[in-house]
Design a protein around this ligand. Structure first.
Ligand SMILES: [Mg+2]
Length: 184
């Protein structure tokens, strides 16, 4: 099968890097589990403007080259490849981020067929004939299903309470991802 793969929140731990940056700036003790809304509006001392400004800083600081992989992601991707599936990375990162993204994928030995930079993930999945897109954002999963593929929602604090809809499955970790796909 053709597998669509999101990077941030599924393969690379962008959010922890972001939390570290916020904690450095505020001398705070924010944890990943506190991230319940995509723009962190659940954190009283964080304005939307500051959220966006810090995201922009982290995105352009070369951080993408040094992110930690999500636990189990690298071996999970390898297992999918060994089982004959092809990996198509579809990320909402900017095209400029490829200068850090490609070396990161190379360093961690992530083997893939295609790499797309776009926020129109449903449309890209349709273009590439993706069977399952793995993503951590519920609205992206819904968009993917709307365009005719199926989606695997990778559990993160911000999607924990989401009720699954037709064509969307949930994986709590990378073992779940590989078992789900191999069972299809
Ligand atoms: Mg993501």
């Amino acid at each position: 099968m053709r597998i669509g793969l999101d990077l941030d929140g599924v393969t690379a731990n962008f959010h922890q890097r972001y939390i570290d940056e916020i904690n450095d700036r505020h001398n705070s003790n924010l944890k990943l589990s506190d991230w319940k809304e995509w723009d962190l509006t659940n954190i009283p001392w964080m304005t939307r403007e500051e959220f966006m400004e810090t995201i922009k800083y982290v995105n352009t600081s070369g951080a993408f080259r040094h992110l930690e992989p999500i636990r189990g992601a690298l071996s999970g991707i390898e297992r999918l490849r060994r089982n004959g599936h092809s990996i198509h990375i579809i990320t909402h990162r900017t095209y400029q981020s490829r200068l850090d993204t490609v070396p990161w994928l190379d360093t961690h030995g992530v083997d893939f067929e295609t790499l797309s930079f776009s926020k129109e993930k449903g449309q890209i999945c349709n273009d590439l004939g993706i069977d399952y897109m793995i993503d951590d954002i519920q609205s992206t999963c819904e968009d993917v299903v709307k365009w005719g593929s199926q989606a695997i929602l990778f559990t993160r604090p911000w999607n924990r309470d989401y009720e699954l809809k037709n064509g969307i499955y949930r994986a709590n970790n990378w073992t779940d991802v590989t078992e789900l796909i191999n069972a299809k």
